[in-house]
Write a protein that binds this ligand. Structure first.
Ligand SMILES: NC(=O)c1ccc[n+]([C@@H]2O[C@H](COP(=O)([O-])OP(=O)(O)OC[C@H]3O[C@@H](n4cnc5c(N)ncnc54)[C@H](OP(=O)(O)O)[C@@H]3O)[C@@H](O)[C@H]2O)c1
Length: 412
């Protein structure tokens, strides 16, 4: 028997209003939106004002509401809403990857303590059904790797840089120009930091790591390097070698450890990422016996994201909960010490000279642009790398170029 779900909805923006429509069109669900809480009293709404409240307590203190759907764009306020709802014994659905990635341990502890369900399929690549697949289909320890193109804005920029290289202004100006286009088209935020610096991709990767390898991480555990400093010469370098640059969320078991990062990656024609273009997202899952499966879909947008929320609502009708089997059986931890082949470039030659690489295998210097290719230890790359090195662009080579420092790992 399905449970009648009485929904308290927080947020009526892109995703919240999409959910309202999608839910209205879904005749099979035994669920109804009872109340909607938003923030801005002055905003014009597409449905009558009588549907809205501005007081979170109108949902949180209502004992008849058994499901809170949190679709707001403020991770701190979302934390308050979600934790309060759980403490009041309500099931919760959220699409907020930042909230989940930053408070993973607390949220898992709370939902167990209060015996409720906390679902978040929409938080990772929106319409791509990856979390429940990792939980249900890949519910054993045979997974060896997961990689994703998890941020549409960065992928849109990288695709256009690659496809329109000859007609774009040179240097980093091309990136700036395409970023402005993405803002005008409405899919890059006014402050695009989370997208282009790889934070958004990292939050999603943290959730994927939890459901793939059973590892709880905090944002500081996973390196994220973005694409802010990419120049047309970097894209040309890739093209001349038959490669493309893609911002990849990467997590893979290597010699028993999980190597994880978000970084621009050179991808070959046989990579899942090579043909993922513009704002599309993709996730590639690798397992011992089933080899590789690739999901492709829309990682953002009103209806695609709402459809993932709808799927969670549907699952909740039958009291679905994530079981986190891998969390309890996990035998691996994150690799802290590995080195990897990298490409580093700059227009400021002095800035590049400061970066010391091992086993340099290629170097190029002209008056206005230089690069080198060699190996670097991950410990030299921190989240502040670009803040401290504003003239550099850095990209990683793939899995075959990662070497774990086993002896040092054992000392950790
Ligand atoms: N957009 C996508 O394609 C997409 C894809 C995947 C995941 N997500 C996630 O989905 C969530 C919502 O994104 P969105 O794009 O729908 O955002 P949005 O269009 O900016 O809408 C945000 C909504 O949240 C409301 N809000 C903000 N702070 C609030 C508060 N303290 N209390 C109550 N309501 C509050 C706003 O109220 P007002 O209307 O009064 O301003 C607005 O209705 C975010 O976590 C986002 O990361 C979005």
């Amino acid at each position: 028997m399905s449970t009648k779900l009485k929904i308290g909805l927080f947020g009526f923006g892109c995703v919240g209003s999409g959910l309202y429509e999608v839910l209205n069109q879904s005749k099979l669900l035994n669920a109804s939106i009872e109340k909607i809480v938003v923030k801005d009293l002055t905003k014009k709404r597409s449905i009558p004002a009588s549907n809205f409240s501005y007081d979170p307590a109108s949902i949180l203190d209502d004992p008849t509401i058994n499901l809170v759907v949190e679709l707001i764009d403020d991770a701190e306020a979302a934390h308050e809403i979600v934790t309060t709802a759980i403490r009041k014994g309500k099931n919760v659905i959220s699409a907020n990857k930042k909230l989940i990635a930053e408070h993973l341990a607390e949220l898992l502890m709370l939902k167990d303590q209060y015996g409720v369900s906390f679902l978040y399929e929409a938080a990772v690549c929106a319409s791509i059904p990856v979390i429940r697949n990792l939980e249900e289909y890949y519910n054993n320890d045979s997974l060896t790797g997961i990689e994703g193109i998890c941020n549409g804005t960065s992928n849109y920029i990288l695709t256009r840089l690659n496809n329109e290289l000859k007609s774009l202004p040179v240097g980093n100006q091309a990136f700036e120009l395409i970023l402005e286009d993405a803002k005008k088209a409405g899919f890059a935020e006014t402050d695009p930091t989370l997208d282009i610096d790889g934070f958004d991709s990292k939050y999603k990767l943290q959730i994927l790591i939890l459901h793939t390898f059973g590892l709880k991480t905090i944002p500081e555990d996973v390196l994220n390097l973005g694409i802010r400093h990419i120049k047309t010469a970097d894209v040309l370098f890739a093209q001349e070698k038959g490669l493309k640059l893609r911002l990849v969320s990467f997590a893979r078991k290597i010699e028993g450890k999980v190597v994880a990062f978000v970084a621009p990656l050179f991808v070959k024609e046989d990579s899942f990422a090579y043909d993922i273009n513009y704002e599309f997202n993709s996730v590639s899952i690798e397992a011992h016996f089933s080899d590789k499966q690739v999901f492709i879909g829309k990682g953002a947008g009103s209806f695609p994201t709402a459809s993932a929320v709808l799927s969670d609502i549907s699952a909740l009708q039958y009291d679905y909960k994530y079981e986190y089997k891998k969390l309890f059986n996990s035998t691996s931890d994150l690799a802290q010490d590995f080195d990897i082949k990298v490409f580093v470039s700059a227009e400021n030659l002095a800035a590049l000279a400061k970066i010391k690489l091992m086993e340099v295998e290629e170097e190029f210097t002209s008056l206005k642009y230089a690069y080198k290719v060699g190996r670097i230890n991950i410990s030299q790359l921190t989240h502040n790398f670009y803040r401290n090195n504003p003239d550099l662009f850095l990209a990683f080579y793939g899995e075959s170029e990662i070497k774990l420092q086993i002896s040092n790992e054992l000392n950790h």
